[in-house]
Design a protein around this ligand. Structure first.
Ligand SMILES: [Zn+2]
Length: 429
């Protein structure tokens, strides 16, 4: 290579006029900015459904650029205490499991694991109070255009995008509809069967002891601990065209399919949309249970409402990109771009095994030399000998499974969930 060529290469690329740069910046800024509009409707039959609505949370106090939104519904059963406890404590417990100082992409990457820790911690704390009620949780975190949904139970969150594609962001933890979960419950010491009335099997599949139709929840102290609080977590990134979330309790979904719910309210603002979905569900089924619906529109800053979407049928394309996947399948690191350019799938994991959900690293507090429990975040002395496995602490190669590090209380919980110690329901059926 000649000297002339080298010096040519060292030259800076042609300068872009400042005006063009600023214009580009402004356009990008405009594209990136989004807002959320929401509306909720609840009709009570038993009064056991609760909302959590926090559109303006901030990772750093008084820093608008670190803002995120949280929306959740809690469908309680057997009383209201678990739903209320989860509503009041879950967000705090999730946030405390995200390492300090993370921002942007790192924060979002840490979120799925923190959701698992937060759900389990909330369940442990609730059970310590001795109440026996339980609750489903559908917990949605919106940061920029990224939507992360963690769920236990049979409430549902769907995403309706501008392409008219409707996708499911929650797992299904009804025993009747999830063979994988039936297997897990049975393997962990529970029994699955229908209610026996006068020699006849009636109703949906339930687990015993307890008689719950769900395989996962927070609470349910009177059911064996094979009913786990470990959430299904799915994380997607919307295009800057935005999308609509419909979060609703099971009584909506017993009456309407995801497509029907989405189509019933397209083009309407969020508050009217929530009313209409509930009305539509009642029309076909009547008010049989608490009926709760939360509609959240994630929209570009300069569009007050989502533009009406041409009504398209649930397409083959949709099945391809949001096709039914094994509930416990791994999907780490493989991000797929939907062909309609609407949604990028970032993360999905539904396993009930904490070993697969919490990672293997042992967070060490470099100041104190203490280890943090991966679930409750309490500092522990390494000398307490509380590694999840016996054997030398620092020889991961010699163990079948080396992490995460759990404190004694959380390790007991993990073993009980996996049927490795007798789970003791407070009240036997
Ligand atoms: Zn712990």
């Amino acid at each position: 290579m000649s000297k002339a060529e080298i010096s040519k290469m060292k030259q800076k690329p042609p300068l872009v006029p400042l005006g063009a740069l600023i214009g580009r910046e402004l356009r990008n800024e405009k594209v990136e900015k989004r807002t959320v509009k929401y509306g909720q409707t609840a009709l009570a039959k038993k009064g056991e459904d609760y909302f959590l609505i926090k559109p303006d949370c901030q990772r750093v106090v008084d820093n608008q650029s670190t803002s995120f939104s949280v929306f959740a519904i809690f469908d309680g059963h057997n009383g209201i205490s678990a739903a209320i406890f989860a509503k009041e404590n879950l967000l705090k417990n999730v946030l405390s499991a995200i390492p300090e100082g993370l921002g942007g992409e790192e924060w979002l990457q840490a979120l799925p694991r923190a959701l698992v820790a937060g759900f389990v911690k909330t369940d442990i704390e609730f059970r310590q109070g001795g109440e026996k009620s339980g609750t489903t949780v559908t917990f949605v975190v919106i940061d920029g255009w990224t939507v992360t949904v963690a769920s236990v139970g049979d409430s549902r969150c769907i995403l309706d995008t501008q392409g008219g594609v409707v996708s499911l962001l929650t797992g299904n933890h009804r025993l009747e509809e999830n063979a994988e979960e039936r297997e897990r419950v049975t393997a962990s010491g529970g029994e699955v069967g229908r209610l026996n009335v006068g020699g006849n099997e009636v109703g949906p599949l339930r687990c015993w002891p307890g008689g719950l139709c769900l395989s996962r929840s927070i609470g349910d102290t009177d059911v064996g601990e094979f009913i786990v609080p470990v959430p299904h977590v799915k994380q997607v990134k919307l295009s800057s065209a935005g999308g609509r979330l419909i979060i609703a309790s099971d009584s909506i979904w017993d009456a309407l399919s995801s497509d029907q719910a989405a189509q019933s309210c397209r083009g309407l603002p969020a508050d009217l949309a929530a009313k209409l979905v509930v009305k539509e569900a009642l029309r076909s089924r009547g008010l049989k249970d608490d009926t709760t619906c939360l509609v959240v529109d994630i929209i570009p800053y300069d569009h007050p409402v989502l533009p009406p979407t041409p009504k398209k049928k649930h397409t083959l394309l949709n099945s391809l990109f949001f096709g039914k996947r094994s509930e416990n399948s791994m999907n780490k690191g493989s991000s797929k771009l939907s062909a309609v350019g609407a949604v990028e799938e970032l993360f999905e994991e539904g396993s009930a095994m904490l070993a697969e959900r919490l990672g293997k690293d042992f967070p060490l507090n470099s100041n104190s030399g203490l280890f943090k429990c991966a679930i409750c975040q309490v500092d522990q002395q390494p000398s307490d000998g509380l590694s999840v496995n016996s054997g030398p602490f620092f020889s991961p190669g010699s163990k079948p499974w080396e992490g995460p590090f759990l404190c004694a209380t959380c390790r007991k919980k993990k073993d009980a969930m996996e049927g490795k110690r007798p789970s003791k329901p407070a009240i036997t059926a």
